[in-house]
Design a binder for this molecule. Structure first.
Ligand code: NCD
Length: 352
């Protein structure tokens, strides 16, 4: 049997994305209609990195569909502690479960896992690279709350370098007509070049600014993110970035009345608690939509018989990114794809 993996939200066509959004909507309105839809099916959640929302919302989604779950949230309680490779773990688990959701600190890890899985693999976050199901959550949230995904001015604020949620979000929303991004970050934490190239390729305009205050008045959506402490080389470098962007009630005075404030959560100090009561703050609701988004995704994948996209293997060249999974799991085939004039690592998108 063939199936699809969701490593990047671009693995779905815009038509499929629309199908999932509508299905999430339908499940939200009639949840009881779906409470046996995955009876007899098992979801494995393999979380090599901490998680609250992603792991629990996947588990909740499968339980609400009448299925069951297995997995670990601390790899040190699994054979990983004995030195088992990602390949072997995936080969074993794909013999136990019908679908796998995984999170791993190395970039490209979900892609690597998909090479060895006989069941669909969903990327629940691979290091600072991508987080497609958070984007699915964001898309379902915007669809419910705004009724559209196009012609939006979207401010994205915080750690745009290491924040995987914003990489996936920009990739997906840059496909929709008339969207414009305002990227709010310090010089040290700007968005990776490959994401800028994707916006350019999709004809999506963007500006880069250094303060929240200058961005806020024009925004339809403000996507706040935390500084990704765990991705910094030293505590000192993190402390230099901490607390630079803080959204508070005062700053919101210049915002549109119907602004939507999103955050993938967890929040550290980038949104003050008093903003929570503002009707424009919808980040807690957003986490609830995540369950319905994942229910729809699980249903689509378990019902899908299409061929997964084949890795391109356009050529073999060692990736120099130390955070790439190919730097850790040495048996992985070295492979790159071409994007414009660049050769890009198949796993982590870094230039090779
Ligand atoms: C995000 C993540 O893990 O990337 N959280 C989430 O999944 N909702 C955001 C973050 O950790 O900052």
């Amino acid at each position: 049997m063939t199936h699809k993996h969701i490593i990047d939200l671009d693995d779905l066509t815009l038509n499929e994305l629309d199908k999932i959004t509508s299905l999430a909507d339908e499940i939200y309105k009639n949840p009881e209609k779906y409470n046996e839809a995955c009876k007899g099916k098992i979801l494995a959640t393999l979380f090599y990195e901490p998680s609250t929302r992603t792991q629990m919302s996947f588990q909740t989604a499968m339980l609400k569909l009448g299925g069951q779950t297995i997995g670990f949230d601390n790899p040190m309680n699994s054979s990983v502690a004995k030195g088992e490779s990602l390949k072997d773990t995936i080969k074993i688990v794909s013999g136990y479960a019908n679908i796998i959701a995984m999170r791993h600190p190395m970039e490209g890890s979900a892609k690597a896992a998909s090479f060895y899985s006989s069941v669909p693999v969903i990327n629940g976050g691979d290091g600072g690279h991508l987080h497609p199901t958070q984007t699915l959550t964001d898309v379902v949230t915007l669809h419910h709350e705004l009724g559209r995904l196009d012609n939006l001015c979207i401010g994205v604020c915080g750690d745009l370098k290491n924040g995987r949620t914003v990489h996936s979000l920009i990739k997906t929303l840059s496909h929709f007509k008339g969207n414009r991004f305002v990227l709010i970050a310090t010089k040290e934490l700007t968005i990776p070049d490959y994401i800028k190239k994707i916006m350019d390729k999709n004809g999506c305009s963007y500006t880069e600014v250094l303060t929240l205050a200058e961005a806020i008045p024009q925004l339809d959506v403000l996507y706040m993110t935390r500084i990704q402490k765990e991705r910094f080389a030293s505590e000192e470098e993190y402390l230099a970035q901490q607390g630079v962007f803080v959204l508070d009630k005062e700053k919101l005075k210049s915002a549109k009345k119907d602004l939507k404030i999103l955050h993938p959560l967890p929040r550290v100090d980038e949104i003050t608690i008093d903003v929570d009561d503002d009707p424009r703050a919808i980040y807690f609701k957003q986490a609830v939509y995540g369950v319905y988004a994942r229910m729809a995704l699980i249903l689509l994948l378990l019902d899908d018989n299409s061929e997964p996209a084949k890795p391109s293997f356009e050529g073999a060249e060692e990736c120099k990114n130390p955070r790439c999974i190919s730097a850790q799991e040495k048996y992985l085939p070295k492979c790159y794809k071409t994007a414009g004039n660049d050769k890009i690592c198949e796993y982590c998108d870094a230039k090779v």
